[in-house]
Design a protein around this ligand. Structure first.
Ligand code: AMP
Ligand code: MG
Length: 340
């Protein structure tokens, strides 16, 4: 057990020193909280995997404060024009770009792959921390592997208290789901994970973008995941989650007919008045950004309720940021989906 200190903006220097000395600090980003370590120090990065209980074959995203850092720290062996274009449009922001790596990247970061995922976050505290430490920071979500990603400092504390050196408290995360991940290491750009930057936005800049099978579908036995993180059943609450696909009245009818006292409806605000059972709303049907922002907090809240065995979740519309909301919820549901 180590003491986990809570830091505020005025204590950035103290937090940065921990990172320089090979320690772990959780930091707020606009997507979710990240658990940061010096990305150039394999031993420091190994501590991230230990603290999270993360499978060692799941690589980490490297965070920088400026595009120039990518070259200054010699992180990639190629930075194609498409990467420059994406950077110009979406950085700083919730987009991660997978590129060919150099030997400066320790094996722990890339989990044995010959590529590295890079992101320039748009959060003043994350950027100040990276700048003050003057290091690229490897940072996966700051949760125990398998629990929902943290969107508040309290979520991080709940999962990692006593296991990490500090948490930089920056309040609530604005996007609420992890970054969009796109690979530029193949013939065509490939979306590996949907997030705050939408497929349409990517296509506007790049033209054609392939969507990896694992984004919307369950991988078949033996099918290789382009993004190793996609093969794990993430974000799994204790209760059994079932996604119900249909319009409001079909959803309300189904839940009211099938639910008992140990069921909960994870729904939109607009569904609540019609429901006869306990419910938690994860935003408005008409606001996919709000759904993304609230989803993980709701999943954590449901986990804290002891008497819930089944969650009937309203299936998000998989368009725009809704694609990310759907991608996370279908995993929480272990791909259980009922077409109403
Ligand atoms: P997290 O930081 O918890 O959001 O997880 C990082 C995500 O990025 C995981 O889904 C990883 O599989 C993915 N990722 C990181 N590095 C790479 C890479 N080099 N190639 C493909 N996916 C990656
Ligand atoms: Mg994660």
């Amino acid at each position: 057990m180590i003491e986990t200190k809570i830091f505020h903006m005025s204590q950035i220097e103290e937090a940065a020193n921990i990172l320089k000395n090979g320690g772990l600090v959780a930091m707020p980003t606009e997507t979710v909280y990240g658990l940061a370590a010096n990305a150039l120090n394999g031993e420091a990065v190994a501590k991230i995997f230990a603290a999270k209980g993360r499978p060692s074959d799941n690589p980490l995203i490297v965070h920088v404060a400026d595009v120039d850092d990518i070259f200054r720290f010699n992180l990639v062996s190629d930075f194609p024009k498409q990467a420059a274009n994406l950077a110009k449009h979406f950085w700083p922001g919730p987009l991660t770009i997978v590129l060919p790596r150099t030997d400066a990247i320790p094996n722990e970061v890339s989990a044995g792959l010959d590529t590295v995922a890079i992101r320039l976050p748009n959060h003043p505290m994350a950027r100040a921390l990276i700048k003050t430490a003057d290091l690229p920071l490897a940072a996966p979500s700051a949760n125990i592997s398998g629990s929902p990603s943290p969107t508040t400092a309290q979520h991080v504390l709940k999962d990692l208290n006593g296991k990490i050196d500090g948490i930089l408290d920056g309040g609530n995360c604005l996007v609420g789901v992890e970054s969009t991940v796109i690979s530029l290491c193949e013939d065509k750009p490939r979306l590996l994970r949907p997030g705050g930057i939408t497929l349409r936005q990517l296509k506007e800049v790049l033209g054609d973008v392939l969507v990896d099978d694992a984004v919307l579908h369950q991988l078949k036995e033996g099918q290789k995941a382009s993004s190793p993180g996609m093969k794990y059943k993430h974000y799994a609450p204790k209760a059994k989650v079932i996604l119900l696909k249909g319009d409001r009245s079909a959803y309300i009818d189904y839940v009211n007919k099938n639910a008992d006292n140990h069921c909960l409806a994870l729904c939109y605000y607009e569904d609540v008045p019609g429901l006869l059972v306990k419910s938690e709303a994860f935003g408005s049907e008409y606001d996919d950004s709000e759904q993304a922002r609230l989803l993980f907090d709701k999943l954590r809240k449901i986990d804290e309720m002891n008497d819930i065995s089944t969650v009937y979740a309203r299936c998000p519309n998989p368009d725009g940021i809704g694609m990310a909301v759907y991608n996370r919820l279908i995993r929480a549901a272990g791909f259980r989906e009922v077409d109403l």
